[in-house]
Unconditional design. Structure first.
Length: 291
């Protein structure tokens, strides 16, 4: 009788990335390394904390984005996701040292991610010159790299001030429209006069109510906020716009494909910092973690 053979799927080849995708991958890996270095080992009470699991998930996601899923390159660095620790045997009354093995795993993860960065940098250097020619001939991006960040807001002054002060702590200059001189201009003319920014943060807060005719009123952002959101999505591009929402806010169907970040907890600061870093800004993660 013929023996049944089990087919083994060979690992997939490494992803072929553009120079822009490699730059974003390098930024993601830098963020993971910063998070590992900022991790407080003194908080470890056992070998499987939610914080360690969250770091593992984030590292796996970054490696998958950089090298592809189940590729040889991914497997080379996959051990960087191994942070949790389970002792082989536990004796009754034995005090287990979780700190030392997890510290070794964190240091090993950092070393592997730094090596992954080195590999990406080599890939970037090996890109054919033809890609540079193609990039040079592409239409010039209207967005400029600027430390000025436009803050679109409604009536929630607390949300506006929180974002503005956080941007200032990162060394960026928040641009708030109502703080700028009118000089007889309309709102859209003022926006066009201050659009020399590299990024926009849009605050979607429940300042208004609305519904379809005959429907039930629901909280929604002000109409000027939605107008300015659409303006900056078109002008800067989606990768240079971060939408933050607070509370329950109706999201317009036309913007359903845009990713929103909740301001209902302190996690928005890390999320906004990641978006800024992906857009090319240098982020001091020590400042982020202290806020």
């Amino acid at each position: 009788m013929a023996r049944k053979t089990t087919s083994v799927t060979p690992p997939q080849p490494k992803l072929r990335l553009t120079s822009q995708e490699i730059d974003r991958g390098l930024a993601r890996l830098s963020e993971r390394i910063a998070e590992l270095r900022a991790f407080d080992l003194n908080t470890v009470r056992d070998g499987n904390t939610p914080e360690l699991k969250a770091l593992e998930v984030a590292i796996k996601d970054s490696l998958t984005r950089c090298f592809g899923e189940d590729t040889n390159a991914y497997r080379t660095y996959a051990a960087a996701t191994d942070l949790t620790y389970y002792p082989m045997m536990i004796s009754s009354g034995q005090r287990i040292d979780y700190h030392s093995p997890i510290q070794r795993r964190v240091l090993n993860s950092i070393a592997l991610l730094e090596q992954a960065q080195k590999s990406l940098k080599e890939d970037l250097a090996d890109l054919p010159a033809s890609e540079d020619v193609e990039t040079a001939s592409a239409p010039e991006n209207k967005a400029v790299h600027s430390d000025r960040v436009f803050v679109v807001h409604g009536h929630d002054e607390g949300a506006r001030e929180s974002v503005a002060r956080f941007l200032e702590k990162l060394g960026l200059e928040p641009v708030i429209l109502h703080e700028q001189a009118n000089r007889g201009r309309t709102v859209i003319e003022k926006i066009e006069g201050h659009r020399d920014v590299g990024f926009a943060v849009v605050l979607l807060t429940p300042d208004d109510e609305g519904c379809v005719k005959g429907g039930q009123l629901e909280p929604r952002a002000r109409q000027n906020v939605l107008l300015e959101l659409g303006y900056f999505l078109g002008y800067l591009g989606r990768d240079r716009v971060c939408a933050l929402n607070r509370g329950q806010v109706e999201i317009p169907s036309d913007f359903a494909g845009v990713v929103w970040t909740s301001m209902n907890d302190e996690g928005w600061k890390q999320a906004l910092s990641r978006e800024l870093q992906d857009a090319g800004y240098e982020i001091d993660w020590n400042k982020v973690m202290r806020n």
